[in-house]
Design a protein around this ligand. Structure first.
Ligand code: XMP
Length: 511
């Protein structure tokens, strides 16, 4: 269990929404981090031997009957601890302090005044402006603790028992809105936990290559489904590095990729030390979608067909291991913790019983998305590949509204390519942008003729997590250029509209 390669910070999750942000901030500071549930037994923590522990915030009050609480023994391991928000209250409570309800809840950016000279605040400009979000506060500290920061309404905004290496902050140092917050975390890592800063992408590659070779053995071969997305592409590049010429990548073209994507994949991976198999399954997918208009049914059919085609194809090639591009958030989301919204993920779940494979290889399982991108660049993948915007598995199948046909897909592909090309050229910032072919037709006039073409919608959004978004304020000049080009260059489109709806209430995709 102990990670002998890198020092580790353990992030114990008490249900807060920022656990990943905390873990990523730690890693940005070149220290490895793992997230485990707040209920992790102390024995397991000892085995993991982290150099420090961070307790996250959470929606609970320590006095609730089933509020998650750490074992007192956790604080007696001699490992430094930083409690954040609920983590602070819970630590204080478990160690004999008192937590009360605030007379006035503190939500939002708040002035925090530092008192005393805690190492946590070394180099932090004070007073600091920090994100507070709490209705409980520590009204009496446990023995041995001193106050290190206050706000106008919170007498204990930060506290510590430096002799025991126990630190606590009521505010959220991990979010951008807290000025100097990242420095506070860095101080905890380097001044309190004495981190060496040994977690780098090079170290990850070296470690992972060794692990892949150990798993697969001297003569093993690996099969990987390449989707064109970032994760499977980076997994392929890393596996090719670890196992030159012992990797077969299968790219199933379901006919719902964007313009030229199949060719680009062949070009990018054709030159690597792996076998690339491109399977043209367009006809088969279109046949199975005939007459289907319901979005969820389309998704289901595409997903099932995909598995069938992949299984059929993979049976033809040697490979005793199956590789997957699972990344760390997939693993966390799949129930490894106690946070409120657990969702299952298609990538996680292990091998079915009747498989021909001896095992799974998941070389990105420990990485966050930004680290996957960094790794991809390091392994020589193109910028376009590693910066690729999210693209749904069912592809253009859910961007052609209603029944999917070859003709509609061709129209959408051409229009979407124009929109993406012009948006990229304009350097406008949007996190996801694409075209949608609606099922509406509208009357138009070209020369002396009446036309009756499809209404095409453009969608461009700004978001950091894709859970919510606002529509991107694209300049009229860009919309104008795109609209003119599409109606002139793409037969079948009669009208172009721009979607000005946020999420919620809309979703990013139309279906
Ligand atoms: P929504 O439409 O739910 O999209 O706001 C949020 C993000 O998820 C992507 N998306 C999908 N990805 N399979 C996927 O792999 C799907 O069926 C799917 N539907 C939506 C969407 O592109 C956006 O980034």
């Amino acid at each position: 269990m102990k990670n002998t390669i890198h020092q580790t910070i353990l992030v114990l999750d008490f249900g807060g929404q920022y656990k990943e942000l905390i873990a990523r901030t730690v890693r940005e500071n070149r220290v490895h981090s793992v997230i485990l549930p707040g209920s992790t037994p102390v024995e397991k923590v000892r085995e993991l031997a982290p150099i420090g522990i961070i307790l996250t915030g959470g929606p609970h009050s320590v006095y609730e009957e089933d509020a998650p609480r750490a074992d007192k023994a956790l604080f007696e391991l001699g490992i430094p601890v930083l409690g954040i928000c609920y983590g602070m209250q819970m630590m204080s409570y478990v160690l004999g302090g008192k937590v009360s309800s605030c007379e006035v809840s503190e939500y939002g950016t708040t002035r925090v005044d530092v008192v005393g000279d805690s190492v946590l605040f070394d180099g932090v400009k004070t007073p600091l402006s920090a994100l507070m979000s709490h209705t409980d506060y520590v009204s009496q500290l446990p023995q041995g603790f001193t106050v290190t920061a206050v706000t106008a309404v919170c007498p204990v905004a930060a506290a510590e028992n430096a002799d025991r290496g126990l630190y606590a902050v009521q505010f959220h140092p991990e979010v951008e809105r807290t000025r100097g917050g990242k420095r506070i975390i860095r101080n905890f890592l380097y001044k309190v936990c004495k981190a060496k800063g040994d977690y780098t992408i090079d170290a990850y590659i070296e470690n992972e290559i060794r692990r892949i070779r150990d798993t697969v053995g001297e003569d093993g071969r690996v099969l990987l489904g390449l989707s064109g997305g970032v994760d499977s592409a980076v997994a392929a590049a890393l596996l090719a590095e670890a196992l030159p010429n012992r990797l077969t990548c299968i790219f199933v073209d379901h006919g719902m990729m964007r313009k030229n994507e199949g060719e680009e994949i062949a070009k990018e991976f054709g030159g690597k030390s792996l076998d690339l198999v491109c399977v043209d399954a367009c006809r088969r997918f279109l046949d199975s979608l005939k007459g289907v208009t319901d979005p969820e049914t389309k998704r289901k059919i595409i997903g099932e067909e995909f598995v069938r085609v992949f299984e059929k194809e993979s049976a033809k090639y040697a490979g005793n291991f199956l590789a997957q591009g699972t990344i760390y958030p997939d693993v966390i989301e799949s129930g490894a913790n106690n946070s409120a919204n657990i969702k299952s993920h298609h990538n996680v779940g292990g091998l079915p019983a009747d498989t021909k494979f001896a095992g799974i290889v998941e070389p990105l399982r420990g990485l966050f998305k930004d680290e996957v991108r960094k790794l991809g660049r390091k392994l020589g993948l193109s910028r376009q590949r590693v910066e690729r915007q999210p693209f749904p598995g069912p592809g253009l199948g859910v961007r052609v509204i209603g029944e999917v046909t070859a003709e509609k897909l061709d129209i959408l592909r051409d229009a979407d390519a124009i929109f993406r090309e012009e948006t990229e050229k304009s350097r406008v910032r949007a996190d996801q942008y694409f075209a949608v072919l609606t099922s509406s037709r509208s009357v138009g006039v070209v020369g002396d003729f009446r036309t009756y073409g499809y209404v095409l919608a453009l969608r461009a959004v700004r978001t950091s997590d894709f859970m919510t978004c606002e529509y991107a304020r694209l300049p009229y000049s860009l919309l104008d250029r795109v609209s003119k080009r599409i109606v002139n260059e793409v037969p079948g489109v009669g009208r172009v509209v721009y979607d000005v709806t946020g999420k919620p209430p809309a979703t990013i995709e139309w279906e």
